[in-house]
Design a binder for this molecule. Structure first.
Ligand code: DAH
Length: 344
């Protein structure tokens, strides 16, 4: 084959190849062209493969010319690919025009459940007064939940709290946070001031009672503690929580683990003591039980009641939250309906 013949044929091949590339209008079409022009069965590949059959003195030149065509085709393909990509990107940008001045989609920050928020607020108030936070087990024994708190066996006081028994009566779900008093007195050397927030369980369910609810227990053990300390502490607490204008009223009451015992009423947070539906026309609302720690409780944990004195109080968190936010059905607090929870 004459040298000029080969050059002619390759010039033609190159011209056709470049025309094919020019025609391709999409990346898919260009990929097809790449296979057709450079693939294993392409004319160029076959010619390169056939180089070995040429006489040795013609091979270098023919090889150089074939490579030159392959390089030209390859670089034309690459150039075209960049051009197509740019065109496709521009089309996409034009079709997907969006308004960058539109405000972004808001994602809610989320917030605490009203019971959690109230719990946090209460913990804040009491730790500010020097109380430390202690937690106790939710599964208790009769010993801790009742006996060591001076509930005698078969005493009707046990009926005040409908208990969930587990393990055939060997254990129970604590009915109040008062057993944490016992754990604390066994583990911490007095004097100390403790609050014990946590879940409690009672076989009870209606608009104001839930079988699982939260309480906060507070107690202070030291020498020479008197009822005045208890009143002062509770007054500070109520004023911080409901405002300085809230009035307090202590009524005599009974709890096995305190002597004397009292219940604390506050002036109605809704009507300000005028009398309304929330306070059932009385102007007052009961919020907690309290008293001076009974000497028998000290004895049960090995503390000398001649030396140690103390006060204790306990109340339900949900009730505090319901009064604070004017919620009239406790079940709303547990249904987790976002339309309800979003309001707080
Ligand atoms: N444990 C009582 C209850 O659940 C509440 C209570 C009353 C706690 C008087 C106390 C207290 O610490 O002194 O009904």
């Amino acid at each position: 084959m004459e040298k000029s013949d080969l050059r002619n044929e390759l010039d033609k091949l190159k011209a056709i190849s470049l025309a094919v590339i020019k025609e391709a209008g999409s990346t898919a079409e260009l990929e097809k062209a790449r296979v057709e022009l450079l693939g294993r069965k392409s004319e160029l590949a076959l010619r390169l493969k056939g180089l070995g059959k040429l006489p040795a003195d013609k091979r270098p030149e023919a090889g150089a010319e074939l490579n030159a065509v392959r390089e030209a085709v390859t670089s034309a393909l690459d150039d075209k690919l960049s051009a197509i990509r740019e065109k496709e990107l521009n089309e996409k940008l034009e079709n997907e025009l969006f308004d960058i001045t539109l405000p972004g989609r808001e994602t809610g920050m989320g917030h605490g459940h009203p019971v959690v928020s109230v719990m946090d607020e209460l913990i804040g108030i009491f730790t500010g007064l020097g109380f430390q936070v202690v937690e106790g087990p939710e599964v208790e024994t009769d010993e801790y939940n009742f006996k060591m708190l001076n509930f005698p066996d078969d005493h009707p006081a046990r009926d005040m709290q409908d208990t969930f028994y587990v393990q055939n009566g060997a254990r129970l779900l604590r009915t109040h946070t008062s057993p944490v008093q016992i754990h604390a007195m066994q583990n911490i050397k007095p004097p100390f001031a403790v609050i014990a927030p946590g879940r409690v369980f009672r076989l009870d369910s209606d608009v104001t009672h839930s079988p699982v609810f939260n309480q906060l227990e507070g107690f202070y053990v030291d020498r020479d503690v008197n009822f005045g300390h208890l009143k002062g502490t509770l007054e500070l607490f109520v004023h911080r929580l409901y405002g300085e204008d809230t009035k307090l009223r202590f009524r005599p009451s009974f709890f096995p683990f305190t002597e004397p015992s009292a219940e604390l009423d506050i002036s109605c947070v809704l009507c300000g003591a005028k009398g309304c539906r929330l306070c059932k026309g009385t102007g007052w609302m009961e919020i907690l039980g309290a008293g001076m720690i009974d000497p028998n409780v000290f004895t049960s944990v090995g503390l000398n009641p001649e030396e140690w004195t103390g006060f204790a109080f306990g109340f339900g968190i949900e009730r505090i939250a319901m009064l604070k936010y004017g919620i009239d059905d406790i079940r709303l607090l547990y249904e987790n309906d976002p339309r309800f929870l979003r309001q707080f």
